[in-house]
Write a protein that binds this ligand. Structure first.
Ligand code: PLP
Length: 400
């Protein structure tokens, strides 16, 4: 729809990579172009979606939350109920199937918080692929449990020990590996980012979310929703929900970025709100960058949202006005984390809590028959330790 043959969404996207990688990406693009309409591939994907991931995920009417707020009806698309606890598995199962068709036996990925690493290791275990996960050494310490999970799943986790020893260095290490081993190796990207064809491919595998949601809302409400709300890290769960509604122009699409400790503190990851167009990791998009075009340090309470770039399709949606983008602070996200837990009995991922927080704000001022669908991208089990520590620190604070 909005993408041209070279993978541009308006001025965004494309491919800014060294020559060797161009070849590799052409090969991936070739197979992807064939498979995305191939009935056998799609029925194989459908099989794993149903029987392994547990799709379709429910569209749940959050009636208690709705009544408490007293405005528009809030529906939750329950990606938190997927195997491994988030939407990320939709993408890794799709890409690993594609890697198999490419004849690759070895999959590499980079991970920051570890969620994409775990989803990749899971898919590789299922399909008997060798799996190597690059992770900054600093992140391996912060995310000890996810490192152990990946190892349980049979992956090799390689700590990257140079530079700041975080995500950026892990990306560099994975790209070096790919350049050296592209004959045998497939690079699995975790969000709707990267050079062409990755944003399109991730869109294809995640848009199952929006296709199901559309069918489900038509069945219960007999009409399309007025609003879609989803959090934005790289933008994959949001694009997955939004895409199938692109041509339904009465449906408002809202992406929620992390304002962290506040937009004026420098401690946030609000790329579309405060960034400007630039190039990072092989594609053009909005970017939080300094005067020299280097990515700025980013921060969010949720590790899955702190990326200085954003998927190119969202940059295009922002400029054309097809979607709007708002921000939610750490504090607002935490409030929503607690609210959804005790009102609905659903502990959301801190990432998803950003979307819930905005939906709560939005619903208040809307008529009671308006419909909001919130993408509940993941479950909060992974975050309870962090939230407990935060609360204990607050309670120990001399001023509290
Ligand atoms: C990784 C993650 C995100 C952010 O990634 P997107 O590509 O923007 O979807 C959001 N929610 C959860 C639960 C995640 O694990």
């Amino acid at each position: 729809m909005s993408r041209d043959v070279k993978g541009y969404y308006g001025p965004y996207g494309g491919r800014y990579v060294p020559d060797v990688l161009n070849q590799v990406l052409d090969e991936v693009k070739d197979v992807y172009s064939k498979l995305k309409d191939d009935t056998e591939f799609l029925s194989q994907l459908d099989y794993y979606n149903r029987h392994y991931i547990g799709r379709p995920s429910p569209l749940y009417f959050a009636e208690k939350l709705t009544n408490e707020i007293g405005g528009a009806k809030i529906y939750l698309k329950r990606e938190d109920l997927n195997h491994t606890g988030s939407h990320k598995i939709n993408n890794t199962i799709g890409q690993v199937l594609l890697a198999q068709k490419l004849g690759k036996k070895r999959v590499i990925a980079e991970t920051g918080a570890g969620q994409h690493g775990v989803a990749t290791a899971t898919a590789c275990a299922l399909f008997g692929m060798d799996c190597i996960i690059y992770m900054g050494e600093e992140d391996t310490k912060r995310q000890e449990l996810n490192v152990f999970r990946m190892k349980l799943l049979g992956a090799e986790v390689v700590p990257v020990t140079h530079g700041n020893r975080t995500l950026k260095e892990a990306v560099d290490a994975a790209i070096e590996d790919l350049i050296e081993n592209y004959d045998s190796t497939y690079y699995m990207l975790g969000s709707a980012v990267g050079p062409d064809p990755y944003p399109a491919m991730v869109n294809t595998f995640q848009s199952i979310i929006g296709r199901e949601a559309k069918e489900q809302i038509l069945e219960v409400e007999n009409r399309l929703p007025d609003y879609l709300v989803a959090c934005i890290g790289g933008g994959s769960n949001a694009i997955g929900l939004f895409s199938p509604f692109y041509d339904d122009t009465d449906v408002n699409m809202i992406g929620v970025e992390p304002a962290g400790k506040g937009l004026d503190t420098g401690m946030h990851a609000a790329t579309l709100a405060l960034g400007s167009p630039g190039i990072l990791h092989g594609f053009k998009s909005y970017l939080l960058q300094d005067d020299n075009g280097n990515p700025m340090p980013v921060y969010s309470i949720s590790a899955g949202l702190d990326y200085p770039g954003v998927g190119p399709e969202h940059s295009f949606f922002k400029d054309t006005g097809r979607a709007s983008y708002v921000t939610i602070t750490d504090e607002e996200a935490l409030d929503a984390f607690f609210a959804l837990s005790h009102i609905e009995g659903i502990i959301p991922a801190l990432e998803s809590a950003h979307a819930v927080a905005h939906a709560i704000k939005l619903a208040k001022d809307l008529p009671k028959d308006d419909l909001i669908i919130v993408n509940l991208s993941g479950r909060g089990d992974k975050d309870v330790r962090q939230v407990l520590d935060l609360m204990q620190n607050m309670n120990n604070h001399p001023n509290s």
